[in-house]
Design a protein around this ligand. Structure first.
Ligand SMILES: [Cu+2]
Length: 240
């Protein structure tokens, strides 16, 4: 075969390989729709059977981009562990923040909301949002070494948010159904959730106890004030 006839074939093959390599490269570098769906499933799993969280994390890992492999491995190990401390390590916080950033930047959503949690308020939380999949990133900007969370709840029996809000905390938690949660233990860290919100009114709150000098109150001690008692509570209207 003459060189002049071989060349076009080689060029053709190179273009083909190049196309395939580029396609794989894209897939490997960013969050696919399937990866985003599995991340939303994993987040919803916080409110289901805890023994299924490891499987949900693995399902996400199967779809997550290769570029996040190391971080996803840390997340799967933490979610599969019987030791709750696995989610308190700085290594988990960093991996969770990086994966959350990819979700926040790359997953389709009706709104991507960046909220700062301070002592004691949510900064940047809108009062309304369109229904559908919302990406919500919470950063912990405490100045007193507090962990913070953002929990989205609705009435388990259809109670409107305003009615829930007026209840004492213990009763509120009995009557509320959580639909979204982001927890950020380490000051300066951030985490992201993907939550599918239906139209309605919701309460957004941080139910963690106020810590003294960074020390959480003992479980068997007197009931502590919650961050919500100090102002970390607001309503969210989800428009149809
Ligand atoms: Cu808080």
């Amino acid at each position: 075969m003459s060189p002049t006839r071989t060349l076009p074939r080689l060029v053709g093959a190179a273009i083909l390989i190049g196309t395939i390599a580029t396609a794989c490269g894209d897939d490997a570098e960013s969050m696919s729709a399937a990866a985003c769906d599995r991340y939303a499933d994993l987040q919803a799993g916080f409110f289901g059977d805890p023994s299924q969280l490891g499987a949900a994390a693995t399902a996400f890992a199967d779809e997550a981009p290769d570029s996040l492999d190391d971080d996803v491995e840390v997340i799967v190990a933490a979610f599969s562990s019987d030791d709750p401390a696995a989610m308190s390590s700085p290594e988990f916080a960093e991996a969770n923040e990086r994966v959350g950033a990819a979700v926040f930047d790359e997953c389709d959503s009706v709104a991507a909301i960046d909220v700062s949690s301070i002592d004691y308020a949510f900064d940047g939380m809108p009062s309304s949002v369109s229904s559908g999949r919302v990406a919500l990133r919470l950063s912990n900007d405490t100045e007193s070494d507090q962990p913070h969370e953002l929990m989205i709840v609705t009435g388990a029996d259809g109670q409107p948010a305003d009615e829930l809000r007026d209840l004492p905390m213990e009763e509120l938690m009995q009557q509320a159904r959580p639909v979204g949660l982001v927890f950020v233990e380490q000051p300066g860290a951030a985490a992201t959730t993907l939550v599918d919100l239906e139209p309605g009114t919701y309460l957004v709150m941080c139910n963690l106890p106020v810590a003294e000098n960074g020390e959480q109150p003992a479980d068997d001690g007197p009931p502590a004030d919650t961050h919500a008692d100090h102002g970390m509570v607001t309503t969210l209207t989800v428009e149809a």
